[in-house]
Design a protein around this ligand. Structure first.
Ligand code: ADE
Length: 351
């Protein structure tokens, strides 16, 4: 049986990587902790967006113990804007498990890594190969695209069995330089064998062994089953403030954006009269209410279509008394200490 990459293709790929790799912060370390953090951040976020977060995160949490101990609000603040906040929560859960079960040292096998919260097949393979040089396969979206094109498969890459097939195929060809091999495939997928736009086949080290290139089908492969359309949620957001303080509420501990702070909002698009009635039911007595611009935020499975009101209340207002779970936070503190998801970015910019 032909392997997915011949020994010659693997050598060519490694050579290409040596000559073309981007200089990225996590490529200057072999600390498994730092590589883990980078891989988690890179899962759903672009390299350029990750860079500043990675540096700031490691400054606050330089090792597993620091991550295990950092207060939740500070952790969320470090993650603010990156999205997919469960990644940060799982990082902390895993850090605590590493402290409790592994004496604070990151486990050094694929199987043990896989047992940690938030570490799946890809991340376990990435850490095992990049940090420990173990010959483990790591198949993320980039790698899947490269391998689908090289093999010329019409299999749907969103299916778990397709990923499993490529993981097993890749496992058979991982060379001694396992970490560079993993990163070379990721790098090729990110910079040459690009998604959406035309791949840059003229610069590709795998061109000679790529079935999609040979057959002129790089625009058809990878095959991806159409996504389910996202559910659209209409919301009305309230920017309730008195000049110095702004109302925030805490989201429930479960579900979308769990446990984060938000601008008070409610399902549905409320007209001004309905909005006023709602505010009064929360205990507010608005001095003025003004419509703000509409905004949209796209999550993985949901879209929020937001309308918003700027609501002025008197500086003396203290009518909440902890009712309705709402807090009035001085604006300075709000920016420093409260993690507010980017979904509210269009309105937080006024504060
Ligand atoms: N995406 C996922 N892992 C990566 C890495 N190590 N370097 C660049 N992009 C990545």
């Amino acid at each position: 049986m032909n392997e997915i990459l011949s020994p010659n293709a693997v050598r060519t790929l490694l050579l290409w990587y040596q000559q073309n790799k981007r200089d990225l912060p996590w490529r200057h370390t072999s600390d498994p902790y730092k590589i883990w953090i980078s891989e988690i951040m890179l899962q759903q976020t672009r390299v350029e967006a990750v860079k500043p977060y990675y540096a700031r995160f490691l400054k606050s949490c330089p090792d597993v113990r620091a991550l295990a101990e950092i207060p939740e609000e500070k952790l969320m603040k470090l993650w603010e804007g990156l999205g997919y906040y469960s990644r940060a929560r799982n990082l902390q859960k895993a850090a605590r498990a590493v402290v409790e079960e592994h004496g604070g040292v990151m486990p050094a096998t694929y199987e043990a890594l896989l047992k940690l919260p938030g570490i799946g097949e890809y991340t376990a393979g990435a850490i095992a190969s990049i940090a420990y040089g173990l010959r483990a396969p790591a198949v993320d979206g980039n790698v899947l695209r490269v391998l689908a094109r090289v093999s010329g498969t019409d299999a749907d890459i969103t299916l778990p069995e397709t990923k499993k097939h490529f993981r097993e195929a890749l496992a058979r060809v991982v060379p001694e330089a396992a970490g560079d091999f993993t990163q070379s495939l990721i790098e090729l997928g990110a910079t040459v064998c690009a998604p959406n736009r035309e791949p840059m086949c003229q610069s590709c080290p795998l061109r000679d062994c790529c079935a999609a290139y040979r057959e002129g089908r790089t625009d058809e492969i990878p095959v991806r089953a159409p996504k389910k359309p996202r559910r659209i949620e209409e919301r009305t957001v309230f920017l309730i403030r008195d000049g110095d303080r702004t109302a925030l509420s805490k989201r429930p501990q479960k579900g979308l954006l769990s446990g984060l702070y938000e601008l008070p909002n409610i399902l549905g698009h409320l007209g001004e009269a309905e909005a006023l009635a709602h505010l009064r039911s929360l205990g507010f007595e608005p001095l003025r209410i003004q419509k703000l611009e509409n905004a949209k935020h796209v999550f993985t499975h949901i879209e929020w279509h937001m309308i918003a009101y700027d609501v002025r209340i008197t500086p003396e207002f203290d009518g909440l008394h902890g009712r309705s779970g709402m807090l009035l936070i001085p604006n300075g503190e709000l920016h420093q200490s409260y993690a507010i998801p980017s979904a509210f970015g269009a309105y937080v910019k006024y504060l």
